[in-house]
Design a protein around this ligand. Sequence first.
Ligand SMILES: [Zn+2]
Length: 412
Amino acid sequence: MPLDPRRTVSDLNQLRALTADHHGAQRIAWSKTWLEARAWFQSKLAELPVEHHLDAAGNSWTTLRGESDRTLILGSHLDSVPNGGWLDGSLGVLTSFEVLRSLAEDYHGKPPVTLRLVDWADEEGARFGRSLFGSSAFAGTHSIQADRGRTDRDGIRLEDALRQCHVDIDRIGEASDERGNAGAYLELHIEQGPVLERLSLPLGVVLGTKGVERHAIIFHGQEAHSGSTPMAVRRDALAAAAKLALEIRPIARKHPDAVATMGSVKTFPGIVTAVVGRCETTLDMRDLDAGVLASMLAEAQEASRRFAAEEGCTVEWSRIWSIEPIPFDPALIELCDQAVRETAGASHRLPSGPLHDAAEVARAGIPVVMMFTQSLAGLSHNPAENTKTEHLELAVQAFDRLARKTMQRLIS
Ligand SMILES: [Zn+2]
């Protein structure tokens, strides 16, 4: 059967019916629903001349052997955040599946290069707070020590959740065995932002992913009675945190593509009759330029110390996670631009603010590019996430074009 974009939309709807409730998609990595999504996906492979296995980090690999061992990898992730959207990750996996189906047919089961479809394990990090789990194990950038002690909100340890899914935390580094012969990695994803919609373009080419600095910041003050403690002597940890929450905005606005977000604020004791003695916050800062990112971090740290001093508090920073900016492969960016133009008539190049598994694959030294499709109202990680059906179908066509162009490049 030739490429059938409508079949991909129907697959996406099937997956949604299987793994979403009225709050949205519930394919949280290492959960029962995630395993059901993967089992459903695997059942669809039966019709194809492919091999399937899980690697040491739980990444799911489907291989269509070609004339050459040189390998083109296509993929994304089936896991979602809690109450997530129906397209984040699943669009890339199911479009890659459609391309694989069509290439298997066109080449009678033996394309000129080996094709592999990967569904990365735990891209979102929704349960244990560690994004890009499987792809970083593949890239060899994952340090097990840093994550061994992680627990979910019920106190279940990462190590134990992995074991239930037959993944041994001490062996996840062996996922790097899958890198052999990889010549390129392609990923289709929804934009998850408003840029393409504002330009009235269905598709875009991703230049790379922004670097991220993600930190926990704790302000320490003094718990005190809200009735008896005069304003002048308070050491209010929330006041210091609140000043920083406002200050990160001018810090980010100095740079055109930079963003900074204080996404979480917890106060202790957190009751109406006490001055806040401890305030725990998080800060996430992103930019495409490593120098800009470093200077934003330094400015935010300096500001936090200044505000802590002003409020009679102390402040303590700890890095939760960081990644440098990852530019994608210039030659593949050109091919992706051609594929998008040939399919949709016009193209646009943009950086990605959200992280993607593609960034980890690029860190492993494999040439990478991503294609974005427009997100309605820029919404994602939200059940309202959506993309017009005609744009989904164009994305399948353009991604198929990109895969064929890349395959030609790998054999020439
Ligand atoms: Zn995603």
